[in-house]
Write a protein that binds this ligand. Structure first.
Ligand SMILES: NC(=O)c1ccc[n+]([C@@H]2O[C@H](COP(=O)([O-])OP(=O)(O)OC[C@H]3O[C@@H](n4cnc5c(N)ncnc54)[C@H](OP(=O)(O)O)[C@@H]3O)[C@@H](O)[C@H]2O)c1
Length: 376
């Protein structure tokens, strides 16, 4: 098949920090503004609205033999600018999606906070000629599958533990809650506010007394359970010292919710949930966004899967995801050979010893709740 006849996707992303914003400006020779103080730099990027295609996947090969290609387009704003200036950020995401469509993309995926602004993809979909997806369905599928696989590897029966879910009433957390509640888990949900929407959602689950508790306090929540899913839009909310020994954290957020430490705990497992790898049939090596070779976020995996399937439809949009679609995209992605169990922590492979130390801390007697056990 000729390259230019391959089905194409676009993936819209943003810078993950101000540091990354500066580096990106320098790298692409876009502006001496990279050297401005932070406030002036952000103001410059906000008013200029810089968008650039920054990465090409020229040949993604599925295990079924199907092939697609695509490009990532970056909106040069930092994460906090997306949350503070949502109208402007949405405008720039729409422009980036239109650039991708003009390049030939028939499916557009929205990475990280690009999927949150504009009513979680709906506005972008309405203003772009190509199909749009947030990629959140595969993200939920990947996070739950990774949870199941890791529990098995640790030899833990999760039904004997309380599961904490942080980031309500966010799109990803709502779907994970529905799935885990239906499987009979005991849950603690962390929401900053108790809205009518959250109340209605809880009622719709029909939970029995004691099955679900809601709190606004992250610190107390992470000390009420050792299995934690976290997917907030703000990031950097969990200091590793807050965690109980033996905690297993599925950190889905971008930017990450668990704060990176140069003295990581030895007795906890922090998993980059939602991080997957390209099918092994893809022989080319892509180092996307500082990740290990051929690792990608699962929202990009959903975009690629829909492109391989040539399903030009609005797959995941809005706050409430459809459980059947989560299952469907998971099955399709697995059929194409995307890999869900090359586990990473802070983007690096997880040593076997971290699994055993965490399992030991979780099941062993020395469950000291204070201070934790650090790398020397
Ligand atoms: N790994 C991947 O492949 C992947 C894919 C997609 C998305 N993501 C990431 O996943 C995260 C969630 O995405 P989403 O689509 O579910 O976003 P969302 O719908 O905006 O949900 C985020 C939720 O987090 C809550 N929140 C923010 N700060 C909080 C805090 N300090 N404590 C408790 N809750 C807090 C927000 O509450 P309020 O309603 O009060 O603001 C909001 O309800 C984002 O970081 C996104 O970038 C990762």
């Amino acid at each position: 098949m000729k390259t230019d006849s391959l089905p194409k996707f676009g993936f819209i992303v943003h810078c993950r920090s101000v540091k990354e914003l500066r580096l990106a400006l320098l790298r692409y020779g876009l502006s001496p503004a990279a050297l401005l103080p932070e406030a002036a730099l952000k103001q410059y990027c906000l008013s200029r609205g810089i968008i650039k295609d920054i990465f090409t996947f020229d040949r993604v090969v599925s295990d079924t033999g199907k092939v697609c290609q695509g490009k990532a387009f970056c909106v040069f704003l930092a994460p906090d600018q997306f949350l503070e200036h949502q109208t402007r950020a949405t405008e720039l995401v729409v422009q980036a999606a239109q650039m991708a469509a003009a390049w030939g993309a028939q499916m557009i995926g929205l990475g990280a906070l690009c999927a949150v602004v504009g009513a979680r993809g709906i506005e972008v979909a309405e203003r772009c000629s190509a199909a749009v997806t947030t990629g959140n369905s595969l993200t939920v599928y990947a996070a739950v599958l990774q949870f199941e696989k890791i529990m098995r590897r640790l030899g833990i029966d999760p039904h004997r533990h309380t599961i904490v879910i942080i980031g309500f009433p966010g799109s990803i957390c709502l779907a994970i809650t529905k799935i885990l509640h239906a499987q009979g888990y005991r849950l603690v949900l962390v929401s900053r506010q108790r809205t009518a929407f959250l109340q209605k959602f809880l009622e719709s689950l029909g939970a029995v007394e004691g099955a679900i508790r809601v709190t606004h306090d992250v610190a107390s929540a992470v000390r009420s359970g050792t299995i934690i899913f976290t997917a907030t839009s703000t990031g950097n909310i969990i200091d590793q010292d807050m965690l109980l020994p033996g905690s297993v954290v599925f950190d889905i957020a971008q930017p990450k919710d668990v704060i990176f430490s140069t003295r990581p705990r030895r007795d906890v497992l922090i998993v980059d949930a939602g991080l997957i790898s390209l099918p092994r049939s893809t022989s080319r090596h892509y180092r996307y966004s500082g990740l290990e070779v051929n690792d990608i976020p699962s929202c990009l995996g959903e975009t690629m899967t829909l492109t391989l399937e040539q399903r030009w439809e609005r797959f995941s949009l809005g706050r409430e995801l459809v459980l059947d679609k989560i299952e469907e995209i998971g099955m399709l992605s697995r059929r194409h050979g995307f890999v869900f169990d090359d586990f990473r922590s802070f983007q690096k492979p997880i040593p076997a010893q971290t699994f055993s130390a965490t399992a030991q801390a979780l099941t062993g007697p020395a469950n000291d709740q204070h201070g934790g056990n650090h790398e020397p």
